[in-house]
Ligand binder design. Structure first.
Ligand code: SAM
Length: 225
């Protein structure tokens, strides 16, 4: 039976992709992606031309069984998300689950992920950490922040432009003394890191430039830089 390759792609800089990922993208029959416009930018950069098959939250219940049939019929397929490692705060898990249930071999091609990159340059303890992905936007958000205020490991959170300032204000309320690293637009033109407590970071923020994609890494309670 054919295989499903789960391939990590860049989180910004298009050069951040492994040789093996490019070779795999070039060698398969079909590339499964979230959004053809995003994936085509990467494929054009590496001069790869392959049929694309879109699976997203809106169509997955119909498209996943179709994909499984294609793989069973002999097509080797790659699954990519818009950026970084599939299944990490991204689609992928359902496709991988369906493949496993159907006895299809799943092969991962590793590469960038914002969580590991932010941790690796944070300078905060990484021997043990908890990855929260995106916090709930409304219901349950304060409860989650309250729970996290008792967390003893390093915490990693993903946040968007729209809520970064709100999140820093909440962190100032729930964990005012913790050391925090805010990483913006990693690997991209406007990459920037802020370090300090939530209030120190808020004071250093130029409101005009709080745009982009963010990872927030929060140190354990007693950690001092
Ligand atoms: N699968 C991706 C990964 O492996 O990191 C995560 C996808 S998730 C939909 C998108 C979120 O990841 C963004 O809102 C941001 O929190 C984080 N992210 C992705 N790329 C980033 C980057 N270049 N710099 C900072 N954060 C990033």
């Amino acid at each position: 039976m054919s295989k499903l390759f789960v391939v990590a792609t860049p989180i910004g800089n298009l050069s951040d992709i492994t040789y093996r990922a490019v070779e795999t993208l070039k060698s398969v029959d079909l590339i499964v992606c979230e959004d053809t416009r995003v994936t085509k930018i990467l494929l054009d950069h590496y001069q790869i031309s392959k049929p694309l098959f879109v699976i997203n939250a809106q169509n997955e219940s119909r498209k996943i069984p179709e994909l499984i049939e294609k793989i069973k019929s002999g097509l080797n397929c790659v699954f990519v998300s818009d950026a970084g490692t599939p299944s990490i705060s991204d689609p992928g898990t359902r496709v991988v689950n369906a493949a496993i249930k159907n006895g299809i071999e799943v092969i991962g091609i590793p590469g960038p992920s914002a969580v590991t990159l932010a941790l690796s340059i944070s300078g905060l303890p990484t021997d043990s950490f908890v990855f929260e992905g995106f916090l709930p936007q409304k219901k349950g958000r304060r409860k989650k922040l309250n729970e996290l205020s008792a967390e003893e490991r390093t915490i990693v959170i993903y946040e968007s432009t729209y809520r970064i300032e709100k999140l820093l204000n909440e962190l100032n309320e729930f964990m005012p003394d913790r050391q925090i690293v805010v990483a913006r637009e990693l690997t991209k033109k406007f990459e920037e890191l802020w370090r300090g407590t939530a209030s120190e970071i808020l004071n250093g923020f130029d409101k005009k430039i709080i745009k982009g994609e963010f990872v927030i890494v929060i140190a354990p309670q007693d950690f001092k830089m």
